[in-house]
Design a protein around this ligand. Structure first.
Ligand code: DVN
Length: 258
C-alpha cells in the first residue's frame, strides 16, 4: 500500500549516518589534519542524538549543543567568508583561496552540507520517508534549527574583517529573510569585527549598474552602522570575476587581452 507521507519535505538523505561519519573522517584526517584528534564516532552519535526520537518540528538549539561542543574550531581572523544566494560561486572561490573559510569549510558545515535529516518521537529511527518543509510544515525543524545554530556560532566566532559574497543579479541582494541577514549580521561581535566587506557579484551574462547602491545594500549598511561595524562594498570583485570567466571565457567582459 502507498505509504502515508507525514511531512511535505523530502525525507532523511539515504545513508545519512555513513555520510556524516565518512565526511568527519575525511575532514579531520585529510582536509584539516590538525583536527585529527577529533572523535568522529562521538561526533556522529552527538549529531543523531540531537534529533532521533524527537518531534522534528520542536527542534531547539540546545538539542545541538553537545554536537557543537565536540566540533569547536578556530577560524583565523580576517578569514571568515559569509554568503547569500551565491552558493556555487562562493565555494568555487573558497576552493581556490584555501585560507578562507565558509561555514561549509568548517567541520560541522562540511559534514552537514546538502543533507536532510529528521526523526520521529515514536521511533528510534531516522525518517527516510519525509521531513518537515520549513515553509509549509514548520520553521523549527531539525535542519533549519541546526543551520541557524551553526551559522550563529560561526558569526559569533568571527574576528577582524569579515567578507560576504552577495548576488547582485537577484531582486533582494541583501534579503532580510536569509540566514545571513537574520542570523549572521546580528551575531557578529563589534568588539572583534571592525569591518564587513561585501563583494557583490553580478551574473556575467547580464551585467547591470552599480549593485552596491541598491536599496537592500543601503539597508545592510544602516543595520551595520547601528551595530558599530564599518561596511564597505565592492562591485564585481576581480578575482571572483575571473572565476566567472573560467565558465564563460567567450563573454565580452572576459575577452580583453589586458
Ligand atoms: O553565510 C552563509 C552561511 O554561513 C550560512 O549558514 O548562512 C549563509 C547562507 O544562507 P542564506 O543567507 O540563507 O543564503 P541563501 O542563498 O538564501 O540560502 C542558502 C541555502 O540555505 C539554500 O539552500 C536555502 O534553502 P532554500 O531557501 O533554497 O529552501 C537554505 N536555507 C536558507 N535559510 C534556511 C535554509 N535552510 C534551512 N533553514 C533555513 N532557515
Amino acid at each position: 500500500p502507498p505509504q502515508h507521507q507525514e511531512w511535505k519535505g523530502a525525507g532523511t538523505t539515504a545513508h545519512f549516518y555513513e555520510i556524516i561519519l565518512g565526511r568527519c573522517y575525511t575532514y579531520t584526517q585529510i582536509v584539516r589534519p590538525e583536527l585529527g584528534h577529533k572523535d568522529c564516532q562521538k561526533i556522529g552519535k552527538a549529531f543523531t542524538n540531537a534529533f532521533l526520537s524527537k518531534d522534528p518540528c520542536s527542534s531547539t538549539e540546545q538539542d545541538y549543543q553537545p554536537l557543537m561542543e565536540l566540533t569547536n574550531q578556530t577560524v583565523p581572523c580576517d578569514k571568515t567568508l559569509l554568503w547569500s544566494k551565491t552558493n556555487e560561486l562562493v565555494h568555487e572561490y573558497a576552493w581556490v583561496q584555501q585560507e578562507l573559510f565558509t561555514l561549509e569549510n568548517t567541520l560541522l558545515g562540511y559534514m552537514a552540507d546538502g543533507l536532510r535529516w529528521c526523526g520521529d518521537p515514536g521511533s528510534p529511527e531516522m525518517n527516510y520517508q519525509s521531513c518537515p518543509d520549513r515553509r509549509t510544515d514548520c520553521s523549527n525543524n531539525s535542519v533549519s534549527v541546526f543551520w541557524n545554530a551553526v551559522s550563529k556560532r560561526f558569526a559569533e566566532d568571527a574576528c577582524g574583517v569579515v567578507h560576504v559574497l552577495l548576488n547582485g543579479s537577484v531582486h533582494n541582494t541583501f534579503d532580510e529573510r536569509s540566514t545571513f541577514a537574520r542570523v549572521e549580521v546580528f551575531n557578529l561581535h563589534p568588539e572583534k569585527v571592525h569591518t564587513l566587506q561585501a563583494w557583490v557579484m553580478q551574473d556575467i551574462r547580464n551585467i547591470s549598474s552599480d549593485s552596491c547602491s541598491d536599496a537592500s545594500i543601503k539597508n545592510l549598511k544602516l543595520i551595520l552602522s547601528k551595530r558599530n561595524i564599518t561596511f564597505t562594498c565592492e562591485n564585481n570583485y576581480r578575482p571572483i570575476r575571473f572565476l566567472q570567466c573560467v565558465k564563460y571565457p567567450e563573454h565580452s567582459s572576459c575577452r580583453s587581452k589586458i
